[in-house]
Design a protein around this ligand. Structure first.
Ligand code: WT7
Length: 652
């Protein structure tokens, strides 16, 4: 039995069931009828969801799928995304309603009502226009979790510019690759943000990244920490350029298929993929899913998604979905253990958060820190808990429900991807009887399945690959600048189906259990990192000859990065000791960002390869996870694993 099959049979032994609380079921936004409604008329269903938004011109056709896999949703329709997220709520008399309760890590706070947001976004939009940004131009955004981040995104949307948000933890190299690929004309950044109780600089990374990024004409800098920063010719300060602008701006309607943003995600080959999302379909599905899955009651809920806006979760469920729905959200700048390990629970108690959306890796960290910490806080306002980013193991699910949700709140395990733009598979809190560890069913309007190697649907009880069988409104439209790679990566594995790259299983009831990636992409704390990316970073070090990287199961981060390195060094050079390993880890961190730092690096004399030269990561995974080594019959050199094992005292 393979390791993933073992995990699976453990999972399927899970028999705990959690029906929706009666009160929630009675007043839930969505009932079981929605599944039927959508199954009977899928396009009609999505059309009704698009009516949640304000369109300046109605569409002529719901879906154009005449040139698959290139979809066009709400063809001919026009709208402005920022208008939908901001102005229309003000026009509906909700200007005084809080859009964001923002909480800085040092304890400073800002409250932004929808009226405030309209003024701030308008000023930022006017500033971008003054800086020469026009409809269709790309703007890179590299900001900490401060209000200027959603403001900058919405300002782009308001003028029809396409944003590319780059997570603040990425290195200068990673930032430069993304700026170059998108040919961004402006970069919006800050002097820094607060992390772990200290200012953490961002500007020096931007300076390094744009030094040889000729597309960049201006760098717009927000002052957050007040620390000294070097200034360059291209810099302009937010406080100078944005603050003096008029707070009036008329949003520009764009085509439903106008590019809203690019967000980069790791691929199995080196170069990150610029996932392109457009306007009408994306906003329709983020708004619908946020309302349906979180059972959002905009008049009374206080919603908090703890993700960073640098990832798709933040785009869809801190910015676009919640704002399109006129929700009140919490936004928090910093880390969960600053100044103490109860900070998140403190935030929930302070703002009386009702709906909380976080990741399994965070939940496992809290489990490790101890039950007594959340127990000190009043979490009784909570009514729905969500999870996203990787499979949630049943223990973490049950702990989350018990210790955060007082054994009362449903937990919704939501499966989706940067590419899908919005939640695809998830329980509905007022409908579904929850099973710890299962994402359950595709949402109304979504058609997913598990297929075998030949693309045949597997029966209940069977396992295979997760696919999506029909286009959906918030699907990626392409990979920026690379239609061919889009087709090859997602639509070529199985005829006419979207290949998600995840393994999955259908249980006896037909409910879905997601099992993680089947390709060479690792999921570290819910973030996609490709093995190739880390390998390239390692071999760019002068003392590394060859490197192979695998994801190894980790109790806290889901997977952790383990690297096998063949060193090269002039005679007498230190290429083994702790200092060398530390140097390599720092090197990767500098190249890709701290999140890609290997947990462990093993120095080895050889790497296991097939005759065609492909590294057999499966065997290295066995080593990394301390298992006996599997079938070695396809190795070019059968003795390699012995050589590797001999170097590693704790490997079998
Ligand atoms: C990959 C996508 C979606 C936002 C965060 C990640 C894994 C995500 C779940 C879940 C099992 C999950 C998949 C997917 N994943 N949510 N609920 N259960 N696996 O976005 O970086 O594009 O990663 O995350 O493996 O393919 P992403």
């Amino acid at each position: 039995m393979s390791e993933s099959q073992k995990t699976l049979s453990n999972l399927l032994r899970e028999t705990r069931r959690f029906p929706p609380p009666a009160e929630l079921a009675e007043s839930a936004n969505v009932t079981a009828a929605a599944y039927e409604e959508a199954a009977n008329d899928r396009l009609g269903f999505w059309e009704r969801q698009a009516d949640r938004l304000a369109w300046s011109k109605r569409w002529d056709e719901v879906l154009d799928w005449t040139n698959p896999p290139f979809a066009r949703w709400f063809v001919g329709g026009e709208l402005n995304v920022a208008y939908n997220c901001v102005d229309r709520h003000v026009e509906a008399g909700l200007g005084a309603k809080v859009a964001y309760h923002w909480e800085g890590e040092p304890g400073d706070t800002r409250t932004l009502t929808y009226a405030d947001l309209r003024r701030e976004v308008s000023k930022a939009a006017n500033a971008l226009l003054e800086l020469g940004v026009r409809k269709g131009d790309r703007v890179a955004i590299y900001l900490p979790m401060i209000p200027e981040l959603p403001i900058a995104m919405l300002a782009c949307a308001r003028i029809g510019a396409t944003h590319s948000v780059v997570f603040g933890g990425f290195s200068a190299d990673a930032l430069r690759t993304r700026i170059d690929d998108a040919q961004a004309r402006v970069v919006i950044t800050a002097d820094g943000g607060y992390r772990r109780g200290k200012p953490s600089a961002l500007k020096p990374t931007v300076d390094e990244a744009v030094a040889d990024a000729p597309s960049v004409e201006h760098v717009l800098v927000v002052r957050r920490t007040g620390e000294d920063v070097a200034e360059t010719d291209r810099d302009v300060w937010w406080e100078d350029v944005v603050e003096r602008q008029s707070d009036q701006h008329t949003p520009e309607p764009v085509d439903a298929e106008h590019p809203l943003f690019i967000l980069y995600t790791s691929g199995t080959t080196g170069k990150p993929k610029g996932i392109l999302h457009t306007s009408g379909g994306y906003l329709t599905q983020t708004a619908y899913t946020h309302w349906a899955v979180m059972d959002l009651k905009p008049e009374k809920d206080v919603y908090w998604c703890s993700a960073d806006i640098g990832w798709v979760t933040g785009h869809s469920y801190i910015v676009y979905g919640p704002l399109a729905n006129g929700a009140t959200s919490v936004m928090y700048e910093g880390t969960p253990d600053t100044p103490h390990r109860g900070r998140w629970w403190d935030v929930i108690a302070k703002y009386k958060v009702t709906t909380f959306y976080t990741a399994p890796t965070a939940i496992r960290t809290f489990m490790k820190w101890g039950d007594d910490i959340p127990a000190r806080y009043d979490l009784s306002s909570l009514r729905v808990l969500g999870s996203v980013g990787e499979p949630i193991n049943p223990e973490a699910y049950v702990w989350y429900r018990e210790h955060i949700g007082a054994n009362r709140t449903p937990v919704v395990d939501t499966w989706w991807q940067t590419e899908t733009g919005a939640i695809m598979i998830s329980p509905l809190p007022g409908v579904t009887e929850g099973k710890p560890g299962a994402a359950m069913r595709p949402l109304p309007g979504i058609v997913a399945d598990v297929v075998d190697d030949h693309g045949e649907s597997v029966p209940n009880g069977g396992g295979g690959f997760l696919v999506l069988k029909e286009p959906w409104p918030s699907m990626l439209r392409t990979i920026w600048g690379d239609d061919e790679r889009y087709v090859k990566t997602y639509w070529s594995r199985f005829d006419g189906m979207y290949f998600a790259g995840d393994g999955a299983k259908k249980d006896e009831d037909g409910d879905l259990w997601l099992l993680g990636r089947v390709d060479d992409v690792m999921l570290v704390s819910g973030h996609n990192i490709s093995t190739t990316e880390v390998e390239s970073a390692l071999v760019s070090h002068p003392k590394v000859a060859e490197a192979a990287v695998v994801g190894s199961t980790d109790p806290v981060t889901g997977q952790a990065i383990v690297a096998f390195v063949i060193p090269r060094g002039a005679a007498g050079e230190e290429v083994e000791g702790e200092a060398f390993l530390q140097e390599l880890r720092e090197h990767v961190s500098r190249k890709l960002g701290p999140i890609a730092k290997p947990r462990q690096i093993m120095i080895v004399p050889e790497l296991p390869k097939t005759r065609s030269g492909k590294i057999m990561r499966r065997l290295l995974r066995d080593v990394a996870e301390n298992r006996s080594i599997g079938d070695v019959s396809t190795l070019a050199d059968g003795t390699v694993m012995d050589l590797i094992s001999a170097k590693l005292p704790d490997a079998k």
